[in-house]
Design a protein around this ligand. Sequence first.
Ligand code: ADP
Ligand code: MG
Length: 627
Amino acid sequence: MNKKQRQMLIRIIISAVMMVALAFIPVQGIMRFGLYLVVYLIIGYDILRKAVGGIIRGQVFDECFLMATATVGAMALAIYERSGDYTEAIAVMLFYQIGELFQSYAVGKSRKNITELMDIRPDYANIERDGKLERVDPDDVAVGSVIVVQPGEKVPLDGVVIEGDSSLNTSALTGESLPRSIQEGDEIISGSINMTGVLKVRTTREFGESTVSKILDLVENASSRKSRSEDFISRFARVYTPAVCIGALLLALLPPVVNTVLGNAAGWEVWIYRALTFLVISCPCALVISIPLSFFAGIGGASNAGVLVKGSNYLETLSKTKVVVFDKTGTLTKGTFEVNGIHHSAIENERIIEYAALAESSSSHPIARSLQREYGKALDRSRVSEVHEISGGGVIAKVDGRTVACGNDKLMRSIGVEPIPCHSVGTIIHVAVDGSYVGHIVISDVLKPHSAEAMKELRKAGIQKIAMLTGDAKRVADDVAESLGIDVVYSELLPSDKVDKVEELLQSKPAKAALAFVGDGINDAPVLSRADIGIAMGALGSDAAIEAADVVLMDDDPLKIAKAIRISRKCLRIVYENIVFAIGVKAICLLLGALGIANMWLAIFADVGVMVIAVLNAIRTLFVKNL
Ligand code: ADP
Ligand code: MG
């Protein structure tokens, strides 16, 4: 509990004790009123102040206004009737404040839960100086420095292991509980926890650019993007509150006037009291509080499962997903190509690989990385200049002063070289030097271990259509699609063709369904942003993907897509449950109040009760991880 909440608790206790004590003190008249007024002000002064503030600012109709009018009205009525029954007004304030306290406690608690779940921010980095370890702020570590990560410590910055082996716990980042074993040469990401061995790591990114910072940024900004349900609630409150105020006014005025006209007793007190009860009942706090809280908890629960959702609006769209479109390389397949052969070589095979690896030396495409790995030696970038990467085609660069082109058929034809077709199944990388063909490298990629299962899970989650887009050759694409049971495949696409295909799919999908595109962000960032919902794989790698996507899977596991959809649906179900429940109970109570069956006590219990139940229900969304 924080200081404000403690103060509130003290006010609640003091006023409750005083209220009970006053019941036993037989004072009458102005003395009695004075004593009760003190208690009323102790518990309600801030509400009154806010209500007055609202009126001054012209934003009259809020909960504080409802509470203030109802309780001041009840006090006035008690004076008018000379009943001396001021307890009711105090009780209404008291329970309202108890409800508020509970809610602020619950919200604070779930916020804390989430930040604890996301407790990945490293406090320091160890740098070795003169044989001693020195702790420094991760922010002060330059790229390329060597840091030491001891067992039990968080990895503070992204980097490459240069000494030692160990296993890493990445569960805070990916939700994956199995430790990942790493050794010299492996890339490691910040935010994971080093479990067993001492590691020396050469950093590859500054702290601000490292995985932890990016993830924390995303999570912190997520709650600012409002969903349609949330918008609905605030629009609803804007219309609703004035409407009930007018309703209450009519309830107070009309029946007495009609009675008078008919020649009956007017019954002003009865109808004013009913109108005031009506105001208390109508307080919309359960909705106003529980809906954003449900979304917030849903986003927290999802990130706990390794799925980062950038805003509650995306959670909502995700729940409507019926069509899922996949990119192939790096998304369904691992994106680590093995070289299977080199054909039709006009120069030595090693030279072809060397030219290719050098030409690709500044590309981050999975093919480029694989060729660099195949080359195996350190790349001397000074030999390379004038690099042009043609997305969906390949690269053209000057290596040792000679023009090397390396890529697919399209790229070769674009520079006027006729590639020799290959009969092996695989992705074919043609290489041309100074405009003449020197051979092709056959490489092949493997499916990710969970890809097939991911498709089954998606069907189970009610996905009606699964499509795959790829820039790769038709033969490779069809092969992958067939083994995974994908409905539609489009191959040999340029990045801009991918956008067109997604447009087509968007046109043909059912009206209310959403289309999700899943990609690794390499050559498909435009599609990620064009789809109803862009899901990026490779949160552990590609920056472009994280930028363009609405949902980021923290590991590259395609199984997480079905999980993300299930989480979003559960969250939305809880939101709707709360909307229906809160509005339903309100409607019943309003009716009872108007008929004079409900008094103010029942009203406040109903209000606080609905709020507490709705908030507890909302908090359930935090535990969606195990769906
Ligand atoms: P995908 O849609 O499967 O992710 P891309 O659109 O990234 O594939 O690339 C499509 C094709 O373009 C690749 O299969 C390859 O033939 C060629 N290509 C793209 N980038 C490169 C590169 N850096 N080096 C060689 N070939 C490339
Ligand atoms: Mg790709």
